[in-house]
Structures are given as structure tokens and as C-alpha cells.
Ligand binder design. Structure first.
Ligand SMILES: Nc1ncnc2c1ncn2[C@@H]1O[C@H](COP(=O)(O)OP(=O)(O)OP(=O)(O)O)[C@@H](O)[C@H]1O
Length: 357
């Protein structure tokens, strides 16, 4: 079922948590809400769920106005970061809980509940833990049980608030792949809150990037990564080298470097920043005396290098401003440079995104 929010506004006292948020979450898609702490992700999720009323705006579920429907009527499933399973109940009873709490006329027979719970436990691949209590599960297993419990009542939509936030990096990575596969199988419209950009880009069909209660950009992960619409998105997604400068002669000038401006922009003397990803800078060893031939080149010297598996990370000092830039290259390529004892390089950004102001 599709979810949509229209012109949502939410104020906590004098603080604006959400400002004019309008979004569509298409049927069957997994969307990540991504943004720094405090940007309003959880508040938006709670408003969609019906746990928090907006000050103004609408929530549409399956195209129908659900703004005044209560939590039960909305039929959403939740999984939160610290979702406490009932400690005194077995895994089986935890998953069965929602089914057993249904009004008598909607409730399934105990035999049918048993069948359904076992199906769900198989789906999250933990049927062998049915008789354990939550204390005897790992963090990752608990989150999978929490998901099975949320799915038990056949939610029309699934809302996940940092479901893997408290887990260590390795388990987190396994669980996000697992969640992607599970979603492909079930195709329940799902919204996933995270502040981890890698997680959002890897798992989601679409990402929505939020900042200070507003939507900065939305789109497919690759599209948002390749074409960030704002300086905030650019700086937020992946590591970037920043070249601060001013507009001069129709270009952004940063130290001895020039960057082309975006089409149609560039009032004289405006300030701006060129963003360049570490793997988008090419370096070539050079003699200590050689000057750059073009103003799209920069002289740098090696400050520090670290090879981690297939990639080497280099910190290089700009000789014009003494600032550090970071370059990532294949370790094999770096080994050749190291073998020659090179300390000075010409650096050429291959791709840059310039934002003014
Ligand atoms: N009940 C409340 N009363 C007052 N302020 C609140 C309340 N709930 C949230 N806020 C504030 O609204 C802002 C947005 O909170 P929200 O939990 O939506 O952020 P978030 O993006 O989910 O952050 P995080 O990633 O840290 O969970 C925060 O500054 C928070 O302090």
C-alpha cells in the first residue's frame, strides 16, 4: 500500500521539527529516511504511524486520508532500535502476541496461530529458537524476532526506526542484506530510518535526505550519490575534499586552482566550495621544481599514506594553501609510487561539484 505525506508541519514549542514535508512512498518500495541526528526522521515516522499528531498536513495511506485514524486502524508494523521483546515470554509467544490480542471475532484458532508463527519464524530463519526467551538471543536475533512480531499482524506498511542501530558493524551489515532479501520477498511498503549513509545507499530503493526538518533531496541511491542537489547532500553522502574559494572571471578560484562553475551561475565575488571525492583525484609523481601546467592542476606533497587491503588512502598537502586533501587509489598503484620514493605530485580533480554561497 502506498504512503504519502502532504505539507506536514510539526513544532515542539519554539522548535520546528518538520517544515512543509511532502513525500510519496510508492507501493512495495523500501525507502530510507536519511539525515543527521535531530533532522526529524523519527518524528516523521511517528506521524505516519499515528503515534504523534502533526500540527498541520495530511497522511494518506493507500490514497485515503488517514490523518485522523488511530494507530490500530492504520495497521502499521514497527521495529525500533531498542525494541523490547517481552522478557518473560518465549520467542514463540512474542511473535504470537499480536495475533492473540485480536478481538475474538477476528482471532484465528490457536492451531492456525501456531502455524502462522512458525511460518514467520522460518521466514526470519529463527524457527529453531521458538522456545527460547529473549535474554538467550543475540542482538541481531532479537531484531529479527521483533521484525517477525511486527509482520505477524500483516501490517499494510512497515516502519523501521534504526532497527539495527545498536548492533555491531558486522552483524549490522549481515542484517541489512537480509532485510533487503526479506523485503524483496514480501514487498510490503517500508520506510527505514537511519543516519548511516552506507546503510541507506545499500538497502533502499529510494533515499530521502532530510536536514533541519526539511527534505533536501530524494531519489535512487546512485542518482543521489552522483548528482547531489545541494551542498548539504554533497557533504553528507560519502567523504569529500572541500576546495573553498571565490568566483573570479567566471570560475571558482581556490588557491592556485580553478573550477568550472555550474551553468548559469557565478555572480562576481561570490564565495563557493568545490567538492571532490577522494577517488576522483588523479595524481602523478613529479619533480620537486615542476609547476602545474594548467589551473586545473595542483601541486601536492605526500603527508601520510595508509594501505588498507585493495585501497590506499593518501593524505597530501596542497602546496598553495597547505591544506590537506585525501586521495584514494588502488594499493597496487600506490606500491609502484612508493617504490620510486616519490614525495611530490601533480593532482588533477577528475570530477567536481561546485556550490556557491
Ligand atoms: N516530544 C518532543 N518534545 C520536544 N522536542 C522533541 C520531541 N520529540 C522530538 N523533539 C525534537 O525534534 C527534533 C527531531 O527529533 P527526531 O527524533 O525526529 O530526530 P531524528 O532525525 O530521528 O534524530 P535521531 O537520528 O537522533 O533519532 C530533535 O531536535 C528533538 O530534540
Amino acid at each position: 500500500m502506498s504512503i504519502a505525506v502532504r505539507a506536514i508541519h510539526k513544532q515542539f514549542g519554539a522548535f520546528t521539527a518538520l517544515s512543509d514535508v511532502t513525500l510519496d512512498f510508492p507501493d512495495g518500495q523500501l525507502t530510507a529516511l536519511l539525515g543527521p541526528s535531530g533532522c526529524g526522521k523519527t518524528t516523521l515516522l511517528r506521524i505516519i504511524a499515528g503515534l504523534e499528531p502533526p500540527d498541520s498536513g495530511q497522511v494518506l495511506l493507500g490514497g485515503e486520508d488517514a490523518s485522523h485514524a488511530d494507530v490500530r486502524e492504520r495497521q502499521v508494523g514497527f521495529v525500533f532500535q531498542h525494541y523490547a521483546l517481552f522478557k518473560h515470554m518465549t520467542v514463540f509467544d512474542n511473535v504470537a502476541f499480536g495475533l492473540r490480542m485480536k478481538p475474538r471475532r477476528e482471532r484465528l484458532s490457536e492451531a492456525r496461530i501456531r502455524e502462522k508463527v512458525m511460518e514467520l519464524l522460518q521466514l526470519v530463519q529463527l524457527d529453531w529458537l521458538a522456545d527460547r526467551r529473549p535474554a538467550a538471543l543475540s542482538g541481531g536475533q532479537r531484531q529479527r524476532i521483533a521484525l517477525a512480531r511486527a509482520l505477524a499482524v500483516q501490517p499494510r506498511v512497515l516502519l523501521l526506526d534504526e532497527p539495527f542501530g545498536a548492533l555491531d558493524a558486522k552483524v549490522r551489515k549481515e542484517l541489512r542484506r537480509w532485510l533487503r532479501r526479506l523485503h524483496d520477498e514480501l514487498q510490503v511498503t517500508s520506510i527505514f530510518v537511519t543516519h548511516d549513509q552506507e546503510e541507506a545507499l545499500e538497502v533502499a530503493d529510494e533515499v530521502v535526505i532530510m536536514h533541519k526538518g526539511r527534505v533536501e533531496q530524494r531519489g535512487a541511491p546512485q542518482a543521489v550519490y552522483d548528482e547531489p542537489a545541494t551542498a548539504f547532500v554533497c557533504g553528507f553522502l560519502g567523504h569529500m575534499n572541500l576546495f573553498h574559494g571565490r568566483v573570479q572571471g567566471g570560475q571558482l578560484r581556490s588557491g592556485s586552482m580553478h573550477f568550472a562553475l555550474p551553468a548559469g551561475q557565478g555572480s562576481p565575488d561570490a564565495s563557493g566550495t568545490a567538492y571532490v571525492r577522494p577517488h576522483e583525484i588523479e595524481i602523478e609523481p613529479c619533480e620537486p621544481q615542476r609547476r602545474p601546467r594548467h589551473d586545473s592542476e595542483l601541486r601536492v606533497s605526500l603527508h601520510r599514506a595508509q594501505a588498507l587491503g585493495p585501497l590506499a588512502q593518501l593524505e597530501l598537502t596542497r602546496e598553495d594553501t597547505q591544506e590537506i586533501i585525501e586521495v584514494v587509489m588502488p594499493s597496487k598503484e600506490f606500491d609502484r609510487i612508493r617504490a620510486r620514493g616519490c614525495q611530490h605530485f601533480i593532482a588533477r580533480p577528475q570530477n567536481s561539484r561546485v556550490f556557491l554561497g
